[in-house]
Design a binder for this molecule. Structure first.
Ligand SMILES: Cc1cc2nc3c(=O)[nH]c(=O)nc-3n(C[C@H](O)[C@H](O)[C@H](O)COP(=O)(O)OP(=O)(O)OC[C@H]3O[C@@H](n4cnc5c(N)ncnc54)[C@H](O)[C@@H]3O)c2cc1C
Length: 454
């Protein structure tokens, strides 16, 4: 496709920046609008409150970002973000079971969210034809029959104006107002699927010292039925660890030193408590609540205007504990690139239909796992019940069998589809592990799990 026409992207965060990268191949001008003042260095900002929380970039996400911006990981690594073998360099606890470590090709980057955004912003701003403009707030859309023709915006001086574009993309995140903007123009609103998890995150940075985590780069333990607490430690730039403590279903991690140490000490991974107890904090903790995973079903709408797309968190946002949002945003950007290379006709229908298949896998991982908790409202199909029971036994067997840990991590990192866990060679190993169940299985944890599968 030759470069012609103009595109406007609403939101200059991860989703918006990745979309702008792809659009710059096809549109002569790409304008990215954000209501925040965009910093010229790595810094958290108001419009992205989750930027203060620990962010993990999954292995598939790192690959996708390198595909869109060749050399990005190497640049981030040069700026201090450590490369981490997710199977070998992390103390992993799933359902209280310690996964056996082994070298793998699952390499992640440990970095703060502001550092990643800063690196992407610099790369996008340097693209020919791309301009970032802030602070400007998009107030709505302009349209003619059947087509979006641009946006209505308000600049920081309070002046409102209309801006024409051949394509407008909503990358404004979870608070996207597209459903009401469409309704104002007489279009139907998308069906919305929501799964409430009432999650609270508390993240704090600590100075990293060589003896912490026995020299490894991270530690992680998940929540499970009977225990709604989870924790992650991840090495990042500037010689620090980010520690995220989280509680589901209304459980809130405390933010005072003593309370945080006690919460961290109650987790299955003792390494997390050790860091919180002994490492030097690098600033105050930040708290954030995440009520529900939300998926907007634009692919099911009969009528949708031409010249308009919705991407990333505005399309679907996931319980962040699974670390999927940025990776899915990158996969959607790669999808958009492929679709644009085939032509711009009927783009919205083609994009939403194919994006739904990209989202299906991560959505089933996040929602399916959350449905282990009896308090989470949602339909538990026999398949969901079976998979949750099976994956628990996989975790039990992965204490001794690194092949199972590797298979699980490849699915979690969106490298392999969830169905790969049901490959015959994996099933055989899970069954073998179930027969010789290791003695480390916590009796109370397993009992709680069984009650959660009812
Ligand atoms: C607590 C928490 C932890 C998370 N951890 C992870 C993780 O470990 N790994 C991971 O991959 N993902 C994680 N995520 C998800 C991740 O943050 C998002 O998926 C990612 O930021 C992509 O979002 P986005 O770009 O669509 O929207 P956002 O990042 O929310 O950005 C939206 C942008 O749009 C701008 N904007 C909004 N409205 C307007 C408007 N009307 N006009 C102009 N500008 C506007 C905002 O200022 C902002 O810059 C986490 C999320 C949360 C809440």
């Amino acid at each position: 496709m030759s470069s012609a026409g103009s595109a406007v992207v609403i939101g200059a965060s991860i989703g918006g920046l990745l979309t702008a990268r792809v659009l710059s191949d096809c549109y002569a001008s790409v304008l990215v609008l954000d209501r925040d003042v965009l910093p010229d260095h790595p810094a958290p900002r108001r419009g992205v409150p989750q930027g203060r929380q620990l962010h993990v970039l999954l292995s598939r996400g790192k690959e996708a970002l390198d595909e869109l911006f060749p050399g990005l990981s190497a640049d981030l690594n040069a700026r201090g973000a450590p490369l981490v073998d997710l199977h070998e360099d992390v103390h992993w606890y799933n359902d209280g079971q310690r996964m056996r470590r082994a070298p793998s090709a699952l390499i992640a980057l440990g970095m703060s969210r502001p550092l990643l955004e800063d690196a992407l912003r610099a790369r996008v701003a340097a693209l020919p034809g791309v301009q970032l403009r802030s602070p400007v707030e998009v107030l709505g859309l302009t349209a003619t029959a059947g087509r979006i023709t641009g946006v209505r915006l308000r600049s920081s001086d309070g002046v409102e104006q209309a801006l024409a574009a051949d394509l407008v993309v909503d990358a404004s995140g979870r608070g996207s107002r597209t459903p009401s903007w469409l309704a104002e123009l007489g279009y139907p609103q998308p069906a919305e699927e929501q799964v409430r998890v009432d999650l609270t995150y508390v993240t704090r940075s600590y100075r990293r010292e060589p003896h912490h985590l026995q020299g490894l780069s991270g530690a992680l333990t998940n929540a499970m039925p009977g225990s709604t607490r989870a924790g992650i430690v991840a090495a990042q730039e500037d010689g620090r660890y980010a520690v995220a403590l989280s509680g589901m279903l209304g459980e809130e991690p405390p933010t005072d030193d003593e309370g945080m140490a006690a919460f961290a000490g109650s987790l299955a991974a003792p390494q997390i408590g050790e860091v919180v107890r002994t490492a030097e904090p690098q600033g105050p903790p930040a708290m954030m609540r995440f009520p529900a995973s939300t998926r907007r079903r634009y692919e099911r709408l009969r009528r949708f205007p031409a010249g308009y797309l919705v991407v990333a968190d505005a399309l679907c946002n996931f319980n962040p504990i699974y670390g999927q949002g940025m990776t899915v945003a990158a996969l959607e950007a790669l999808l958009l690139r492929r679709l644009l290379a085939e032509g711009a006709d009927n783009l919205a229908r083609r994009f939403f239909r194919t994006a739904a298949t990209v989202i299906d896998g991560p959505w089933s991982i996040a929602v399916g796992t959350d449905l282990r908790f009896p308090q989470v409202v949602g339909r538990r199909s026999p398949k969901v019940r079976f998979v949750n029971a099976y994956v628990h036994w996989l975790h039990v067997a992965a204490v001794a069998d690194p092949v199972l840990g590797a298979a699980f991590l490849r699915v979690l990192n969106l490298v392999d589809p969830p169905s790969r866990l049901l490959a015959p060679r994996i099933v055989r190993r899970v069954l073998r592990g179930a027969v010789s169940r290791p003695p480390t299985l916590a009796a109370d944890g397993s009992a709680a799990l069984r009650s959660g599968w009812r």
